[in-house]
Design a binder for this molecule. Structure first.
Ligand code: UD1
Length: 365
């Protein structure tokens, strides 16, 4: 039996862990998986509702760390995860993505000589002011198996000197969740509740510290969104970090007097139903760049860089930055122009979890 601890910490982890856990359960003669939730995200809307929507059981272990500074949060996860790893002594610790839980648990496993598999390895924004970039670089450098979502990630790892035998191109496991729930999300009533018709609205999400923690940038972004909303209503599910800043900077009025509807963070199925019917998505999320690419929905990324270049080269993503004039120009070009060509990147086919399990069964190629 291959005993595996699957680490889930923050919202963008859950849709990556769910298909891997389900596949391991299907292969239960080979795998004995346990889900360890670090508690980095803890609100019902940021965590529990995803477990329900994605059909995941309650985590086997919840470390309950909660929010804190990066150092404190990472240290607390490490301190609480060490005894778990010691007691369980798994064959593999599987970490996904690039959040603090990813590097914290990987570092504990590395110090204990437990093998680490990193799902979503090899992505780089080349922006070290981004907390996730540090997490990516460090996690990749101590992982034994680097499971990549796209060929550019393989290339990056090779350039960084990673041994070929550690790299395995498995595709995008988040897309396993998307394709599996595309039908199920039709039972969500979110469009009806918000009075939306298909392709009659835009969706925006913002939560990157670089976009929301500074007044000037956030004011500029809200101003651009307000102007776009004169052409097309915008639905804006608000991340807790962003809500705090909007209140702190007194931007509620600018939003509510525009055609922008702020809603609470949505569960997986409601959010899938929402963005899958949008005419345009404006975001600083990493995952949404990928999800819109698969569904062929135009996506404007409100950042200066992306660790997911394949969504631009093959998909529907356009890197726009945070200059309000550029955002407006890109939004109008998208709304007025013909639909762009797009292709679904290779191995974003709903079968990545199977390839991840194959790689864990036979790690050395
Ligand atoms: C974290 C990840 C980021 C990911 C994002 C998705 C890191 C470094 N960052 O950023 O990569 O894109 O999650 O959401 O790991 N809060 C709540 N309820 C919660 C969680 C957070 O209210 O369940 C509030 C807290 O006040 C906290 C703030 O949101 O201070 C930010 O949360 P935090 O986990 O520190 O970072 P995120 O911005 O969520």
């Amino acid at each position: 039996m291959i005993k595996t601890l699957l680490i889930a910490g923050a919202r963008p982890n859950f849709m990556k862990v769910a298909p891997i856990y389900a596949e391991m359960k299907r292969r239960d003669r080979t795998f004995a998986p346990m889900i360890v939730h670090t508690g980095q995200h803890y609100d019902k809307a940021m965590s529990d509702s995803f477990f329900t929507d994605l059909g995941m059981p309650e985590p086997d272990i919840n470390l309950g760390v909660g929010s804190a500074s990066h150092t404190q949060q990472t240290a607390k996860i490490m301190t609480l995860f060490e005894p778990v790893a010691e007691a369980e002594r798994p064959d593999w610790v599987v970490v996904v993505g690039d959040v603090n839980s990813t590097i914290a648990c990987a570092l504990v496993a590395a110090k204990m000589g437990i093998k680490i598999a990193h799902v979503e390895a090899g992505l780089r924004s080349r922006d070290r002011t981004m907390p996730e970039e540090i997490n990516r670089i460090l996690t990749d450098s101590i992982s034994d198996l680097l499971l990549t979502p796209s060929p550019d990630a393989d290339e990056t790892l090779r350039r960084e000197g990673v041994e070929e035998s550690k790299i395995r191109f498995v595709g995008n496991v988040m897309i396993d969740s998307l394709l599996e729930h595309l039908k199920a999300c039709e039972r969500s009533q979110i469009r009806e509740t918000l009075g939306l018709v298909e392709k009659g609205y835009a969706v925006t999400t913002l939560h990157r510290p670089s976009n929301v923690d500074g007044r000037e940038t956030l004011v500029g972004l809200v101003g651009a969104l307000a102007e776009i909303s004169e052409r097309l209503p915008i639905v804006f599910p608000i991340h807790p970090r962003t809500r705090q800043r909007i209140e702190e900077f007194g931007l509620e009025k600018a939003i509510s007097s525009a055609n922008i509807k702020m809603v609470e963070p949505l569960g997986y199925l409601d959010f899938l139903r929402l963005y899958s019917g949008a005419k345009l998505v404006l975001t600083d999320s990493g995952g949404l760049q990928e999800e819109t690419t698969v569904l062929g929905i135009p996506c404007l990324t409100l950042r200066e860089n992306t660790e997911r270049p394949i969504t631009i080269e093959m998909g529907t993503n356009v890197l726009v930055g945070v200059d309000p004039e550029k955002i407006l120009a890109a939004a109008y070009a998208s709304l007025d122009g013909p639909p762009g060509d797009f292709k679904i990147p290779p191995l974003w086919d709903g079968k990545a979890a199977g390839r991840i399990c194959d790689a864990l069964e036979k790690p050395a190629a």
